[in-house]
Design a protein around this ligand. Sequence first.
Ligand SMILES: Cc1cc2nc3c(=O)[nH]c(=O)nc-3n(C[C@H](O)[C@H](O)[C@H](O)COP(=O)(O)OP(=O)(O)OC[C@H]3O[C@@H](n4cnc5c(N)ncnc54)[C@H](O)[C@@H]3O)c2cc1C
Length: 391
Amino acid sequence: MTNILISGASIAGTTTAYWLRRHGFTVTVVERAPAIREGGYKVDVRGAALQVIERMGLLEAVRARSTDMRVATHYDAQGRPVATLDAALFGGRTGDDLEIMRGDLNELLYDLTRDDVEYLFDDSVTAIAEDGTVTFERSPQRRFDFIVGADGAHSTTRRIAFGEESRFVRDLGYYISICTVPNTLGLDREEAVHASVGRTANVYSTRQDTGAKALFMWSSPPLAYDHRDVAGQKALLTQAMAGAGWEVPELLESVRGAKDFYFDSVSQIHMDHWSKGRVLLVGDAGYCASPASGQGTSLAIVGAYVLAGELATGGGAEGYERELRPFVEANQALGPANVKGMVIDSKAALWIQLKLMRLLPRLPGRDRMIERVTGPIHRAANAISLKNYME
Ligand SMILES: Cc1cc2nc3c(=O)[nH]c(=O)nc-3n(C[C@H](O)[C@H](O)[C@H](O)COP(=O)(O)OP(=O)(O)OC[C@H]3O[C@@H](n4cnc5c(N)ncnc54)[C@H](O)[C@@H]3O)c2cc1C
């Protein structure tokens, strides 16, 4: 019986666990957090990833928990509404594309696997020997046939097997921060946005959420900071947003008390190979596309499906790379392109963007303009023809 260890129990880890089990492997998942991580932010599931979700029998459940966001409104520095867009268009979603809170999706995936997959919470891999013997922080040493790193953009598995993160990171030149704040704007399934040159603040509230999420993005050269120093990171955010209008000062005040503060550079992971010996990488660990791509979750789901399928049908690591790489490249290309539309770098470009948004409903070439935004995302999301590995 082939024994496989997965490091990380988020989207990539739980989806890989599900498909490996369906193919008959014995699966253990080790997760650093004490339990499946709840909450988080909203993520999109599109194209080929929806087919995988359907093959898992989860499509209706994911649809039932989708965010159901209605509109996104841009405000100027004085708080006047400047333009309102349909939320799906704002998020680059078309057709059946879905948006769901990451925690909700993760819970559905975990529930599907918890009965026949061994989960080790509150633990982490510390060493991997060539023969597959894995040393953990807390659990006793064990041997596995394969070790799958699904532990995110800052993957420990990748560091152990492939080397330091800096060798694989491509910094897109922006930072992102997100946390829960009180819903003082009374948002109901809607987003409120204020963009100024080089920085954007966004607050949204979803149907399931009585609170709101505040998300900030700004352009910046690389910042030196300690990953464990949350107060220091909050100070960097406050500095980056200093002098911004609209509700930004009040939001920053709320951020001070936030318990789930997330802060990171907007970066991608690029690697020549996603496997080395017995170790394979899936999701953000191997090919993070950055939050700006809007495709990280879909990449993780499709990557998990292909990885498990290729291992089960004899394609192995080579088959995984061959099948998945063009899809990964198409989706990673969205990151640098999209981020420029999310954080605008000049006054003139900002003026044009807001003007276009305001006039969009009445513009003669409306459909063509919308296609220019959603078309590349839609094409990348469908840039793979999924094999049926269960046949
Ligand atoms: C602010 C933000 C907004 C985003 N918006 C979107 C969006 O709109 N659409 C979209 O598709 N994607 C979006 N993404 C990206 C998306 O969240 C990720 O691409 C996706 O979750 C990838 O999943 P993953 O399982 O590969 O990694 P992650 O979700 O990062 O999960 C890694 C898991 O590994 C665990 N872990 C870490 N280290 C260890 C260790 N040493 N041992 C054991 N476990 C460990 C972590 O606790 C975590 O559970 C966004 C990301 C961010 C940060």
